[in-house]
Structure formats: structure tokens, C-alpha cells
Design a protein around this ligand. Structure first.
Ligand code: ADP
Ligand code: MG
Length: 339
């Protein structure tokens, strides 16, 4: 008889898990910015060098971490956001897996500086490839500053697999925009290679959309608002004239989280039936609020599909709400495309 099974060392387990959570620099930005949102930040700064390949920095003025937590945060399955399985059904935070920091630290060189308001001095933790290098006191403002360097330095196959800087930067912009669009009350900046790409002041939702995508949207947005016992939907849908063949901004969010939902997309488009040319799409920014127990966000760490109870009923509510907005706010008559 010979036993052959062994438990993997943490550093190896972390690197395997990281493959799921951290695919590219944009994943690091998504995870770190979501953590900053969960920490109650009012201001979040993102700085990238070489589309995140060389360095990514996320700086927030949230609640910070204690000396012990700053170290523990990098362990796998370490989280302050849930305590028991039942908490998953009442989730109000972006995070809950306790995997992101462990994964990032497994495939990059990370330096964390953080301080809580009640502490006079902050703490610095340096960790590379899951190995703690040092922890020491450091003078820093209240909040948290993550610096992530040389992503995939120890996973050459992954590093080689990264796309051109312009593609990786586009992925970063997409991740950044999604979070900015659902947190208009937070100020965000994004700098790339020393150039300011975004400087978004805390604003209302309409203003945030215009700040992200340009003032041209101002005349295109129809407010949508509906509340039933099942869900609340608010936000904006485009006027029929805003229909385009491609490059159309369409966003669904649920309880503060971006989601893809092809079925609900059809519900929105059904409201424009006969108002827009076949094959065109209309921009929309629609925000669902539902009881956390009615959705399942625990599908896959990076998947943006979310399962709802009652999808058919929500389809009807959504389609009717958008239709009503078009009717109420848009006085353009129905266009007959056959003539
Ligand atoms: P999760 O977000 O799923 O809890 P993470 O690995 O992303 O897991 O983070 C682990 C923990 O580290 C969080 O639960 C939180 O307590 C702490 N943390 C991470 N980022 C921040 C931050 N920017 N400010 C304060 N605490 C943070
Ligand atoms: Mg997190």
C-alpha cells in the first residue's frame, strides 16, 4: 500500500484559486474598488501604469483595517462580511468570499498601507506570491492604499497571455465604469500612465451617467421608476431616437452589482417594439432593488449573470415600466417603418 494524497501548500492552493478570480489587471481593479466601496469610502482613486501590468494602485478613505486584520485579510476565506451561510441570503456588500486579496497576493507583489480612525499610526503589509515579506508601522491617512505590482510575475504563462495595453486598459475602463455608475455618491478618479482619464465628483445618477459617457446623453434619457412587492426598478432608458446599431451603452445593476441579463434585455427592447428599427438597440441604465434572498449572486466569482426568483413576472414589470416611461416622457409618435 502506498498513500499518495497530500494537501497542497497554501501558496499553491492560492495560485490555483487565483486563476478563477484574477484573470487580468481589470479583475484586480474590480476587486479592490469593490472592497473600497464596502469599506464606506467617499473618495476612491485608481492609478494604473502600463494598463496595470507594471502597477495598480487603489486608494480609499474608507474605514481602514487594524494591524491584525491587515495581515489576516490576505488569508483565503478571510472576510469581515459574512459569518455564516445564512448571511448569504441577506447580502448587502459586494464582497463575501474572502478570496480576492489572497488571490491577488498569490500572483503579484502587494503592498498594503492602512489605518483606522481610532489608531494613531497605520500599518504596512508587504506580501509577494503569497509570502509575507514584512509588516511594520507606517504613517498614513485613515483609509486603505493597495499597490499591486507586476501582476503574474510568478505565472509566466498568464503574464504572456495578457493582451495589448490598449485592450487591457479598455477592460479596466469597463470595470471602473460599472462600479462608478452604481455608486454616484462616491467620488472616483482614474489615472493611466500619469494622465487623468476620469475625475468623477459625487453626484446624482443622471449627472454620473453624463460624467461617464458625455453630455450628449442629457436629452436621450427617460426616467424609469416602478415599485412592486417583488422589486424596485429605477434609472433611465433611452428615447427611441437614441437607438443605434452598435456601441450602445446598456447596463443592469441589482442591489449595487453590475449584471448581465439577456432575458431582461429582451424585456426592455420589447417596450420599444415598432418604435425603433429592427436590429437596433437603445441605451439604458436600470437599477434593480430586490430582497437579497430572491437572487443568487453566488454562482461564480467573476460571472456577472444573476439568477432571480420570478424572472417572468419581473420581465412583465420591466417591460411595462419602460413602455410607460416612453409614453409619458417622449411625445414622438409611433414610426411606421414600412412606409
Ligand atoms: P471579501 O471582500 O469577500 O470579504 P477580500 O479578500 O476582498 O474578501 O477582502 C478580505 C477582507 O479584507 C474584507 O472582508 C475586509 O474586511 C478587508 N478589506 C479589504 N479591502 C479593504 C479596504 N479597502 N478597506 C477596509 N477593509 C478592507
Ligand atoms: Mg472583496
Amino acid at each position: 500500500m502506498s498513500d499518495v494524497i497530500q494537501l497542497l501548500p497554501d501558496s499553491v492552493a492560492n495560485q490555483i484559486a487565483a486563476g478563477e478570480v484574477i484573470q487580468r489587471p481589470a479583475s484586480v481593479i474590480k476587486e479592490l474598488v469593490e472592497n473600497a466601496v464596502d469599506a464606506g469610502a467617499r473618495n476612491i482613486q485608481v492609478v494604473v501604469v502600463d494598463a496595470g501590468r507594471t502597477n495598480i494602485q487603489v486608494i480609499d478613505d474608507g474605514k481602514g483595517m487594524s494591524e491584525t486584520d491587515a495581515r489576516l485579510a490576505f488569508e483565503r476565506h478571510s472576510t469581515s462580511k459574512i459569518r455564516k451561510a445564512d448571511d448569504l441570503f441577506a447580502l448587502r456588500t459586494m464582497g463575501f468570499r474572502g478570496e480576492a486579496l489572497a488571490s491577488i497576493a498569490a500572483v503579484a507583489q502587494v503592498e498594503l498601507k492602512t489605518r483606522q480612525e481610532s489608531d494613531e499610526i497605520g500599518t504596512l503589509v508587504a506580501i509577494s506570491g503569497s509570502r509575507y515579506e514584512r509588516q511594520e508601522p507606517c504613517a498614513c491617512p485613515v483609509g486603505t492604499n493597495f499597490s499591486v505590482s507586476n501582476i503574474f510575475y510568478n505565472v509566466p504563462a498568464r503574464r504572456k497571455f495578457l493582451k495589448s495595453n490598449s485592450t487591457e486598459l479598455n477592460n479596466i475602463l469597463t470595470a471602473f465604469e460599472r462600479i462608478a455608475l452604481v455608486n454616484p455618491q462616491i467620488s472616483f478618479t482614474l489615472h493611466s500612465n500619469g494622465t487623468e482619464v476620469f475625475n468623477l465628483r459625487a453626484a446624482n445618477l443622471r449627472q454620473r451617467i453624463l460624467d461617464v459617457f458625455g453630455k450628449k446623453f442629457n436629452h436621450d434619457l427617460l426616467p424609469v421608476n416602478v415599485e412592486t412587492t417583488m422589486c424596485k426598478v429605477s434609472g433611465f432608458a433611452g428615447k427611441p431616437e437614441a437607438a443605434r446599431k452598435k456601441g450602445v451603452h446598456q447596463f443592469f445593476f441589482v442591489n449595487g452589482r453590475y449584471m448581465k441579463h439577456p432575458y431582461f434585455n429582451k424585456a426592455v427592447m420589447a417596450a420599444y417594439d415598432r418604435l425603433i428599427p429592427v436590429g437596433e438597440q437603445v441605451p439604458y441604465f436600470l437599477y434593480f432593488e430586490v430582497d437579497p434572498k430572491d437572487i443568487d449572486v453566488n454562482i461564480h466569482p467573476t460571472k456577472t449573470e444573476i439568477k432571480f426568483e420570478n424572472e417572468q413576472a419581473i420581465w412583465q414589470i420591466l417591460s411595462a415600466a419602460v413602455k410607460e416611461s416612453i409614453g409619458m416622457f417622449n411625445d414622438v409618435p409611433t414610426i411606421d417603418f414600412d412606409t
